[in-house]
Ligand binder design. Structure first.
Ligand code: HEM
Length: 423
């Protein structure tokens, strides 16, 4: 098909420095031109930026496939654009009905009841992270966003000493410029090294299961036979990459916004129950997972454009969240009481986030405890630094904050063995 026939065409690259400098404005610009449009970046792809287009695409797995397709040259991770050189992740890289075999295991692993049991561990880590800085009066709050990483690693039962390495690895893969030395090191050195450790743990738990999440996964059945160690790895690595960065990105951005809006901060302090709707609004406006991709499987007209089999598409959750449904006439306003609020921050359809039951209480606990224990905190948002690349994840890597010093909850002794937040 000639390029002229792919219309409308826009200038857009979700991995560019220009996009990262103003993700919201850049999405608004292209959305106003067309909710579905073609860009020549990264070999060419359809950008789906309107709410209806993103919603319809995510719910149509037959037309928009999440799987790898060697016939179209997609042998790496297909849900990112460009494709990432990573091991297969399950169930996110399969289409139904195959994906459901693994998704049902995830669903049984992460239930509200199971997450409730994790709450004491989550609360303890949040307090310990705060303890590490609370006496100083100033700190880099981005260290607090290590909590989701240490929680994920503890819950899975992977070696705790590696939690910081996992966090750094996945942040580098998502946020370092593609082709940079940091990106190369992450993909070629750290990823294989940490993968090997996880593979060993999987093998060990297969022989001697405990009560951790890795043991749960390695003792499941798929198609009436024991899950293989490769399949278990594909699920566990997805849980690590899904668990460590996203919730951190959500909490960092929420803390900055709250700091910039003292009157709302006071409302949250006066009425902590408001955090329920506030968190949904933070999910909508910050959309930590900005956009993920699919492959078109049929020649068909879709929302006014002609799609062709084998073409790539990028579903921009972040853009959709400022376009429709309950955002009404005020999509760019942050309304912490907005309800209902049917945002797409967790995706929609068969691959809708399997970890949302964990992500919500985790983010809520971090933000609430910071408000409780450092109520006058202020983040210097001028000096704060965002990730270099914000095409997949948005977030901050440096968050300088000041606050009135407070008291620790845990003793020196309790903290001495703690693999704390230092970078
Ligand atoms: C604020 C935090 C989070 C956000 C914004 C987020 C976002 C998303 C999105 C947009 C998807 C859909 C992917 C697609 O359609 O291709 C997804 C899927 C997924 N997420 Fe999350 N996520 C978050 C936290 C978590 C956590 C904490 C975990 C694990 C503990 C997790 C595990 C997963 C998994 C396993 C999938 C794949 C589900 C499937 O393919 O069926 N996520 N997430």
């Amino acid at each position: 098909m000639s390029e002229q026939q792919r219309t409308p065409v826009i200038e857009f690259d979700h991995n560019s420095a220009g996009h990262s400098a103003d993700t919201v404005g850049d999405f608004r610009r292209v959305r106003e031109q067309a909710p579905v449009a073609w860009t020549e970046a990264w070999g060419g792809y359809w950008l789906l930026s309107g709410y209806d287009a993103v919603f319809d695409a995510a719910r149509d797995d037959d037309l928009f496939s999440s799987a790898r397709h060697a016939e179209f040259g997609i042998t790496g991770q297909a849900i990112t654009l460009p494709q990432k050189p990573m091991a297969l992740h399950l169930p996110i890289e399969l289409d139904p009905p195959e994906s459901q075999k693994y998704r049902s295991i995830m669903n049984r692993l992460i239930t509200p009841r199971q997450v409730k049991e994790l709450m004491p561990m989550i609360e303890k880590y949040v307090d310990m992270f705060i303890d590490e800085i609370i006496e100083t009066g100033e700190a880099d709050f981005s260290t607090l966003t290590g909590v989701p990483a240490i929680v994920t690693i503890t819950w899975l039962g992977a070696p705790l000493r590696d939690w910081r390495r996992h966090a750094k690895l996945h942040r580098a893969i998502l946020a370092e410029p593609i082709g940079s030395e940091a990106y190369r090191h992450a993909v070629e050195v750290e990823l294989p090294a940490l993968s090997k450790i996880i593979e060993e743990v999987i093998h060990e738990r297969r022989l001697n299961p405990t009560d951790d999440a890795i043991s749960f996964i390695v003792t499941q059945e798929v198609d009436g036979r024991p899950i293989t160690e490769e399949e278990a790895f594909s699920m566990i690595e997805l849980l690590i990459s899904g668990g460590v960065g996203t919730t951190a990105a959500l909490t960092g951005q929420s803390l900055v916004w709250i700091s910039e809006h003292p009157e709302v901060k006071q409302q949250l302090l006066d009425d902590p129950g408001l955090m329920q709707t506030a968190l949904e609004e933070f999910l909508r406006v910050f959309s930590p997972t900005q956009a993920l991709s699919r492959t078109v499987m049929k020649d068909v007209e879709f929302h006014g454009v002609q799609l062709r089999r084998g073409e790539r598409a990028l579903l921009a959750w972040a853009s959709a969240n400022r376009d429709g449904a309950d955002a009404g006439d005020t999509p760019d306003e942050v309304d912490i009481r907005r309800s209902p609020n049917r945002h797409l921050a967790f995706g929609v359809g068969s691959h809708r986030c399997a970890g949302s039951h964990l992500a919500r209480p985790l983010a809520r606990t971090i933000i609430t405890k910071i408000l409780e224990r450092m109520p006058d905190y202020r983040i210097d948002s001028v000096s704060a630094r965002r990730y270099d690349r914000q095409g997949v994840n948005t977030g901050y890597e440096y968050l300088p904050a000041t606050f009135s010093p407070g008291e620790r909850v845990y003793t020196d002794e309790a903290l001495s063995d703690f693999e704390g937040p230092e970078n």
